[in-house]
Design a protein around this ligand. Structure first.
Ligand SMILES: [Zn+2]
Length: 502
C-alpha cells in the first residue's frame, strides 16, 4: 500500500490538512485517513503540495492541436467566423497521415496531463485516408488516438463520430470525405469492431513509435513509458450534429448506444445557422427534435448547447441529459455564451471540454464559464448557489468548505466530466482510482492561500505551471511539472509541424 501525504487535500468539497490518501497496488483508493494513523504503508510525503482529484476533459478533437496559432487572422479579408475557421481546420485535417494523427494526439494529451487532466473524451471523426477511401482497418486512426492516450497515461473515452452528410440539401464538401460513413450499417459495424479491439491492448501498424518511446524513456527509467492501467480506454458514440446526421441514422446510432450502455455525445446548437437549418428540415430546433424523438437520456451529453431557448432548457432538464461547455473554444470561434446559469437553475449538470485546443487548461474553461456571464450580465458570482447543478451529492456547509461557486466550477471540471464520458474517478474517495494532481502551494499564483480559500484561488488564479505531479491509477505520469516522455513527444510534434506548414 502507498500513502500519499500532501499538506492539503481536497475531498468532497472540503480542504483538509494532515490527511493521507492510501492506495492499493492496483492504484485504487482504499481510504483517506489521518496521517498519524499510518502504519505499514509506504509513505510518499508531498510537503507544500495541495492534492486534488484529476480533471476530466469531456470534449477534445486532439488533432486540432496542429492548428494552434495558425488561424488567428481573417481569411481572405472576409468577416471571419466559425465557418471560415472550419475551412482552415479541414485543410489541416485532410493532410494528416496515421502517424501524424498519433503524434498530434500525443502532443494534445501530453499538455492535458501537464494541466492536471487524467481522463479525456475524444470526439473522433477522422476515419478514412485523405482521399476518402477507408483504410484496410477502418478504425486505424481511432486506434492511433487511443494508443496516443495510453502512451501518455490518460484514460480515454474514444467517442466514435457518425458523420453521414455535409448538411440538409447540401452537396458533399470534398474536404469532409475523411469523416463520412453515409450508411449507418457501416458505421455500426465499424463501431462494434472498435469496441471489441479496444477491450484488448491496441497494437497498430505504427507500432514503431512505441519502440522509439521505449528507447527515449529507458535512458532514465527501466519501466515502460506506457501507463497501461485497467479501464484506460473505452468506446462511446458521437453522432456529429443534426446537420451531419439525418434523423433515421441518428435513431439507429442512439438505439445501439442505449442497448449497449454507451455514452452519447453530440454537438448541439453551437451556431445559429445549425439551428435554422434544423428548423427548416424538421420544423423543430435541435433540442426540440432530440427531445420529441426521445433521443435524450442520462447517457447523452449535448456539446455547446449555446443557442437555446428557456423553454428548450426546461424540457431538456426532464431527460437527465447534461451539457458540455467549451468556453475557451467558444470565445475563440465566436460561438456565443453557454447559458450556464439557466442550465444550473434547471438542475442540469455541466461538464467542460478544451475542444479545439487553442488553450489546454481546464481551470481556464471553468473560470470562463462564469466570466462570460459576468460580462454579459454586468454582475459577479453569477453561478453561485441554488439548484442542484452537479453530480455530487450531499456537499454540506461544513467547516472549511470553500465558497459554493468554486466548488460548482471545480465539479464541472471533475465529477461532472467523469459522469459524462463514463470515466472512473472525478473525486477522491474509497473505491475510486487514485487519479489526482498536486499544486505547489508556494507557486506565486496561489502563495498565501489557506485551506479556506485554496479552491477559489486554484479555480480563478492557478496557471498550468503550478501543477507539479499528476498520477493516474496510482502511477505518476508527471513529476515536478515534467511528463515522463515530454521531450520525445515535443520533438516529434515539432517535426510534424515543420512538415505540415513549412
Ligand atoms: Zn467539438
Amino acid at each position: 500500500m502507498i500513502a500519499w501525504v500532501p499538506e492539503l487535500i481536497y475531498v468532497r468539497g472540503i480542504c483538509e490538512s494532515n490527511k493521507a490518501l492510501v492506495c492499493d497496488a492496483a492504484g485504487m483508493i482504499l481510504k483517506i485517513v489521518d496521517a498519524d494513523e499510518l502504519t505499514v504503508e509506504k509513505r510518499v510525503n508531498l510537503p507544500r503540495r495541495a492534492l486534488l482529484p484529476g480533471m476530466v476533459n469531456a470534449h477534445s478533437h486532439a488533432f486540432q492541436r496542429v492548428l494552434r496559432g495558425r488561424t488567428e487572422h481573417r481569411s481572405s479579408g472576409r468577416r471571419d467566423s466559425f465557418w471560415t475557421w472550419r475551412e482552415m481546420m479541414y485543410s489541416a485535417a485532410t493532410r494528416l497521415s496515421p502517424e501524424d494523427v498519433y503524434d498530434a494526439s500525443r502532443m494534445a494529451f501530453l499538455e492535458m496531463a501537464l494541466s492536471g487532466i487524467t481522463a479525456v473524451g475524444e470526439f473522433h471523426y477522422l476515419h478514412h485516408a485523405p482521399d476518402g477511401t477507408p483504410y484496410d482497418d477502418p478504425n486505424l486512426l481511432a486506434k492511433e488516438v487511443v494508443r496516443a492516450g495510453r502512451d501518455v497515461g490518460l484514460r480515454i473515452a474514444l467517442l466514435r463520430v457518425a458523420y453521414a452528410r455535409s448538411g440538409f440539401q447540401i452537396d458533399v464538401n470534398p474536404k469532409q470525405t475523411r469523416f463520412i460513413e453515409s450508411d449507418s450499417e457501416i458505421y455500426l459495424k465499424n463501431l462494434e469492431s472498435l469496441m471489441s479491439s479496444v477491450r484488448s491492448p491496441v497494437v497498430s501498424e505504427a507500432a514503431s513509435g512505441n519502440a522509439r518511446l521505449r528507447r527515449a524513456h529507458s535512458e532514465n527509467d527501466n519501466s515502460t513509458p506506457e501507463v497501461c492501467v485497467p479501464n484506460t480506454a473505452w468506446i462511446g458514440v458521437a453522432p456529429h450534429s443534426v446537420r451531419a446526421v439525418p434523423l433515421s441514422y441518428l435513431k439507429q446510432v442512439i438505439g445501439f448506444a442505449n442497448k449497449h450502455h454507451l455514452k452519447i455525445h453530440m454537438h448541439v446548437a453551437e451556431q445559429p445557422a445549425e439551428v435554422s437549418a434544423c428548423v427548416e428540415e424538421y420544423g423543430r430546433t435541435p433540442i426540440a427534435l432530440l427531445q420529441t424523438e426521445e433521443l435524450l437520456s442520462e447517457r447523452f451529453t449535448a456539446v455547446h448547447a449555446i443557442h437555446v431557448t428557456s423553454k428548450a432548457i426546461a424540457s431538456f432538464a426532464q431527460t437527465g441529459a447534461m451539457v458540455c461547455a467549451c468556453p475557451t473554444t467558444e470565445r475563440n470561434l465566436g460561438d456565443g455564451v453557454v447559458p450556464a446559469n439557466e442550465y444550473f437553475a434547471n438542475g442540469i449538470a455541466i461538464c467542460l471540454g478544451t475542444d479545439s485546443h487553442t488553450q489546454i487548461d481546464l481551470l481556464e474553461d471553468a473560470r470562463e464559464l462564469e466570466y462570460h456571464l459576468r460580462l454579459q450580465k454586468l454582475e459577479r458570482a453569477v453561478l453561485e448557489g441554488g439548484g442542484s447543478p452537479t453530480v455530487r451529492e450531499g456537499v454540506s456547509a461544513a467547516t472549511h468548505a470553500p465558497p459554493s461557486l468554486a466548488i460548482r466550477l471545480f465539479d464541472c471540471a471533475t465529477i461532472n466530466g467523469a459522469r459524462s464520458i463514463g470515466a472512473p474517478g472525478g473525486s477522491l474517495e474509497a473505491g475510486m482510482p487514485a487519479d489526482f494532481f498536486t499544486l505547489d502551494l508556494d507557486d506565486p499564483s496561489i502563495a498565501g492561500a489557506s485551506r479556506d480559500d485554496l479552491l477559489p484561488a486554484v479555480v480563478f488564479s492557478a496557471p498550468r505551471a503550478a501543477i507539479r505531479e499528476v498520477v493516474v491509477s496510482g502511477k505518476p505520469t508527471v513529476s515536478e511539472g515534467q511528463h515522463l516522455i515530454q521531450d520525445e513527444v515535443v520533438e516529434r510534434f515539432n517535426a510534424l509541424q515543420k512538415r505540415l506548414w513549412e
